[in-house]
Design a protein around this ligand. Structure first.
Ligand SMILES: NC(=O)c1ccc[n+]([C@@H]2O[C@H](COP(=O)([O-])OP(=O)(O)OC[C@H]3O[C@@H](n4cnc5c(N)ncnc54)[C@H](O)[C@@H]3O)[C@@H](O)[C@H]2O)c1
Length: 266
C-alpha cells in the first residue's frame, strides 16, 4: 500500500516524548513537514525535544502550553497551511484513588483544561484554514479510560470520554468540507504517563508490598488485555499515518482502540 503523504504539513501537539514523539517521527519518515508543540523546554536551547528523552528530534519543536489560547493561536499562525493535526497532549490528575469522592474536586479543572479544552483551542485555531482549503484531518489521543469509566483517575477518565464526544462534534462540523476527525485510544503504553500511575500506587503501599514498575506493568497488562501485550508508541504512529492518508478518506468520527482488545466495540 502506498501511503503518499510526502510534503504534507503535520503539526503534533505533545511531541516532546512518548506517543506524540513517535507519531511525529513517523510522519517525518513519510516525508512530511512536521512541527511539534509541547510545554517541555528544548534541550540545550536547540530545537530538539527535551523532557524524558535526551535525544534530538528531527523536527522543530515549539515550546508552548495548550492551556494558553494566545500561544496556540500564535503557533497556528506561524506554521502556515496545515494538512494534519495530531493532539497527543494529556495529563493525569495526580489525585488518583477510589472511590471517586476521595479525589478532591480541585483536581478536575487542570485535567479538563489540558485534555479537553486544549484540544478545542487547537481545533479553533486550525480548523478554519483546513475547511477553507477543504483538506486535512484531525487526530486526538483519547484512552480506554474514556470508554470504561476508569476508577484509577476519574478526572482523567471523564476528560477522555468528553474528548471522544468533542471529536465527534468536530467531525460533523468538518465533514461538509471533506475534513476528517478521529481518535486513537491506547490501553497501556510504557511512557512517563503510565509510570506515574504505578508510582502513585506504590507510594501508598507498605514497603514489603511494593513491586518494580516492570513487574506491576506485566501483571496489569495480563489482567486487562486479552492479547496480554503492551502497546508500543510506534503502533500509534502507523495508525496515525494511515488515518491521515487518502486510504482513510471514508473514516471520520471514529475512536480506534489500539489496546490489545481491552475494549471491544460491537
Ligand atoms: N501511556 C499510556 O499508557 C496511555 C494510555 C491511554 C491514553 N494515553 C494518552 O496518549 C497521549 C500520549 O500519552 P503519553 O503516554 O505519550 O504521555 P506523555 O506524558 O509521555 O506525553 C505527553 C506530552 O504532552 C506534553 N504536555 C503535557 N501537558 C501539556 C501542555 N499543557 N501543553 C503542551 N504540552 C503538554 C508533555 O510535555 C509530554 O511531552 C495522552 O493524551 C494520554 O492521555 C496514554
Amino acid at each position: 500500500m502506498k501511503i503518499e503523504l510526502a510534503d504534507r504539513s503535520v503539526v503534533v501537539f505533545g511531541a516532546a516524548r512518548g506517543i506524540g514523539r513517535a507519531i511525529a517521527d513517523g510522519f517525518v519518515s513519510e516525508g512530511c513537514r512536521v512541527v511539534g508543540f509541547d510545554r517541555a523546554a528544548p534541550e540545550n536551547g536547540d530545537q530538539s525535544a527535551a523532557e524524558g528523552h535526551g535525544t534530538r528530534s528531527p523536527f522543530p519543536l515549539v515550546v508552548g502550553d495548550v492551556t494558553d489560547a494566545n500561544q496556540v493561536v500564535s503557533f497556528a499562525e506561524s506554521v502556515g497551511p496545515v494538512d494534519h493535526v495530531v493532539y497527543c497532549v494529556g495529563i493525569g490528575s495526580g489525585g488518583f484513588g477510589f472511590p471517586s469522592w476521595n479525589v478532591d474536586a480541585s483536581s478536575w479543572p487542570s485535567v479538563l483544561d489540558v485534555n479537553l479544552i486544549g484540544a478545542a483551542r487547537v481545533a479553533n485555531a486550525l480548523a478554519p484554514g483546513m475547511v477553507e482549503r477543504r483538506h486535512g484531518s484531525f487526530l486526538f489521543l483519547t484512552s480506554v479510560a474514556g470508554q470504561i469509566g476508569s476508577q484509577t483517575d476519574p478526572p482523567y477518565s471523564a476528560s477522555k470520554a468528553a474528548l471522544i464526544n468533542y471529536m465527534q462534534c468536530l467531525a460533523k462540523d468538518l465533514a461538509p468540507a471533506g475534513v476528517r476527525a478521529n481518535a486513537l485510544s491506547p490501553g497501556m503504553v510504557k511512557t512517563e504517563l503510565n509510570r506515574s500511575v504505578w508510582a502513585w500506587g506504590q507510594a501508598r503501599l507498605p514497603a514489603e508490598e511494593r513491586v518494580e514498575y516492570e513487574a506491576w506493568a506485566e501483571a496489569k497488562i495480563r489482567t486487562v488485555s486479552p492479547l496480554g501485550r503492551w502497546q508500543e508508541p510506534a503502533e500509534f504512529a502507523s495508525m496515525a499515518i494511515y488515518l491521515a492518508s487518502d486510504h482513510a478518506r471514508n473514516i471520520t468520527g471514529q475512536t480506534i482502540n489500539i489496546d490489545g482488545g481491552w475494549v471491544m466495540h460491537s
